[in-house]
Design a protein around this ligand. Structure first.
Ligand code: OAD
Length: 233
């Protein structure tokens, strides 16, 4: 049995990292065209670096919450395969001991726009920093911006085709291609569950719903799956 879990900002909300579209979400304070597009970066790279430097610092200071730990437990203890695909750019799944496919990139990586070299980074990035490989001042956070193609899509598509259960946790389902994963998994025969603080605007696409804060409902759901006979749920 294969379970594919797609996570979004809601899984990290209780670790103190803001979501995007909720009240007080990041996109209520910033114009995403300024800080999350290649055009915004071309116009004002210092502003974009400042935005991601602040997010990197917040993410480094954050700790995984019980939802991250429960998903890590599911991945290590479930008798079948558990694939975690995340839209989040923090490293909290890994900090909890899980492996996750980061389709929107990662705050703890930088890339060079000139030569494509990529490297780990835990420090602030600036416009004058040089790429350690080609020495050009063209570094950027390794984040997928609007208008760019998310990464690892072929690998994810393969998992969606072979999933028995698809679960979306803490995501509003507003951003494609991730928003299309539920329909894709369903087309290939998977059962689908949405886990969210509230029913999302796309709740109708899912077979079942678990409503509540991720830190409470995800551990309960995982306990059920790991209980004897739970895999038949
Ligand atoms: P959103 O901010 O769009 O949605 C967050 C979802 O989490 C909402 O549906 C909330 O109801 C839910 N939520 C909030 N707190 C929760 C909690 N404690 N427990 C469970 N659910 C909770 O965030 P995403 O769907 O992740 O992309 O956004 C998708 C993408 O849009 C992001 O990866 C980012 C953003 O623009 C890029 O920057 C490319």
């Amino acid at each position: 049995m294969k379970i594919v879990v797609l996570t979004g900002a809601g899984v990290s909300a209780e670790s103190g990292l803001g979501t995007f579209r909720d009240k007080d979400g990041l996109w209520t304070k910033y114009d995403l065209n300024d800080v999350a597009t290649p055009e915004g970066f071309a116009r004002d790279p210092a502003k974009v670096h400042a935005f991601y430097n602040a997010r990197r610092r917040n993410a480094r200071a954050a700790l995984p919450n019980p939802a991250h730990f429960a998903l890590a437990r599911l991945q290590s203890q479930f008798s079948g395969d558990v694939i975690i695909v995340t839209q989040n750019v923090d490293g909290l799944h890994e900090a909890a001991g899980a492996r996750a496919i980061h389709m929107h990139g990662r705050l703890d990586r930088a890339i060079c726009a000139s030569c494509d070299h990529g490297w780990d980074t835990h420090v602030d990035l600036s416009v004058s920093d040089l790429c350690p490989s080609c020495r050009q001042p063209s570094i950027r956070p390794d984040i997928v911006w609007f208008g760019e193609m998310p990464v690892h899509m072929e690998e994810i598509a393969g998992h969606l085709e072979t999933a028995d259960l698809f679960v979306a946790v803490g995501t509003s389902g507003q951003v494609y291609p991730a928003a299309g994963f539920v329909s894709e998994a369903r087309r290939f025969g998977a059962k689908t569950i949405e886990i969210n603080l509230d029913l999302s605007d796309v709740a109708g696409l899912f077979d079942n719903h678990i409503v509540g804060p991720a830190s409470q409902v995800v551990p309960d759901w995982v306990d059920g799956l790991l209980a004897p006979g739970g895999a038949a749920l």
